[in-house]
Design a protein around this ligand. Structure first.
Ligand SMILES: Nc1ncnc2c1ncn2[C@@H]1O[C@H](COP(=O)(O)OP(=O)(O)O)[C@@H](O)[C@H]1O
Ligand SMILES: [Mg+2]
Length: 383
């Protein structure tokens, strides 16, 4: 078509728009039905599996139903009550329409400096850093109840990157004290990517949120669905990936972001009306690997020596990483290996599949094999 700009149709560096979300329909239905019933859900998936994309689509549908008020709070990197307060205020500030006016008027009467407009609590906390954020935070956590009273609508609050509240002392306790009274007015989704931290928050007896939320896990994307999605987008932009699609799927292993990144790089190799060949694929793969190498280098440097050894054993001896040969090659004892694997699972670098520990990120495994497998390597050699 003329006049349509030739734009790469694969997004890999930010959440995808609701209309571009592949699959996840059952998860969306489940989230909405639990929300309608006033249940709390904890949504778990490794980083980049599409949690934020899923939350946005779910909330967009919730909003369309006109029965739920959707609020998406991004807790990434919060360190203090002030941070959390700012993030929640910011989340409500995204709302439009009549509900926005309702909320504005509730906040105005609180007299705490909260506002959905420009000079909200964020500005106040910045200008007067010694302001106690707690009264404002209490008011914000109470908001769903006030909104429900005034509008008759339930508020659906999604707390994204929820594991990061682990750094804010007792926030889970404070949150619990509010949400336990909100069965009629609010539903919550706690979304997180660190299995260890999420377990700590929800599975440890005595923790405020212990046993409070229905677990929902987001898995890899089925190859056939990724294939159809990729093909359709190449076709729409007058290209074809067909001959190299199997290679792409085998490399991505259903990892949502890795699949999109590889598709993005492959698309970049092609001019309009071109079909991908082996050379295009190899170039795309090499570019992808160069692009992600610094990230793996940093990740590698942050790991314990035994974690590095265990990863190397799994990458180089995937069939028998605990065998004498593998452990001997990486100089690791069996007990040390089990301990390291457990900690790598807590961090979300490994996951269990069919009784085996496998890499969450297929590109990390490739990087490790390459750099460690005897290929002479340059700057990106982990030392
Ligand atoms: N359902 C999906 N459909 C298409 N792409 C997806 C999907 N889920 C994840 N992705 C890919 O993964 C990337 C990261 O998605 P995001 O929602 O930010 O993940 P998370 O919040 O789990 O880190 C997106 O940019 C996109 O490339
Ligand atoms: Mg996210």
């Amino acid at each position: 078509m003329q006049g349509v700009p030739d734009v790469n149709p694969f997004v890999y560096s930010r959440p995808v728009a609701p209309e571009d979300v592949l699959d996840r329909e059952p998860e969306i239905r489940q989230l909405l039905s639990l929300a309608a019933g006033g249940h709390f859900v904890r949504l778990y998936a490794p980083r980049r599996f599409g949690k934020t994309s899923l939350l946005r689509k779910t909330l967009a549908e919730a909003e369309r139903s006109r029965e739920l008020v959707p609020v998406l709070v991004d807790l990434y990197g919060v360190l203090s009550y002030a941070d959390v307060t700012i993030r929640i205020e910011r989340a409500y500030a995204q709302l439009g329409g009549p509900i926005r006016r309702t909320i504005e008027s509730i906040l105005r009467t609180s007299g705490l400096g909260l506002s959905l407009g420009a000079p909200g609590i964020s500005v106040k906390l910045q200008l007067e850093p010694r302001t106690d954020p707690l009264p404002a935070l209490h008011a914000l956590l109470d908001l769903p109840q006030r909104v429900a009273e005034r509008s008759g609508k339930r508020v659906l609050v999604a707390l994204d990157e929820f594991q990061d509240i682990g750094k804010v002392q007792d926030f889970d306790k404070l949150l619990r004290s509010h949400i336990q009274h909100q069965g009629e007015s609010a539903s919550y989704i706690f979304s997180g990517s660190e299995p260890g931290m999420m377990r700590e928050l929800f599975d440890v007896k005595g923790r405020p949120l212990y046993g409070q939320a229905e677990p929902l896990r987001l898995g890899r994307l089925p190859e056939a669905d990724v294939a159809a999605y990729v093909e359709e987008r190449f076709a729409r932009t007058k290209r074809s990936a067909a001959p190299m699609l199997d290679a792409l799927l085998a490399t991505a292993q259903g990892h949502p972001q890795r699949a999109m990144l590889l598709a993005h790089r492959l698309w970049d190799e092609l001019a309009p009306r071109q079909t991908a060949n082996e050379d295009d694929w190899q170039t795309a793969l090499a570019r992808t690997r160069a692009q992600v190498a610094p990230e793996f280098d940093a990740l590698w440097r942050g790991l314990e020596a035994n974690e590095q050894r265990a990863l190397r054993a799994i990458a180089l001896f995937p069939e028998a990483p605990y065998g004498a040969r593998a452990l001997g090659a990486v100089d690791l004892k069996k007990s040390g290996a089990h301990y390291a694997v457990r900690s790598l699972r807590e961090k979300g670098e490994l996951e269990e599949e069919g009784g085996r520990a496998v890499f969450v990120d297929p590109l990390f495994e490739l990087w490790l094999r390459d750099v460690q497998g005897g290929t002479p390597s340059g700057d990106d050699a982990p030392v």
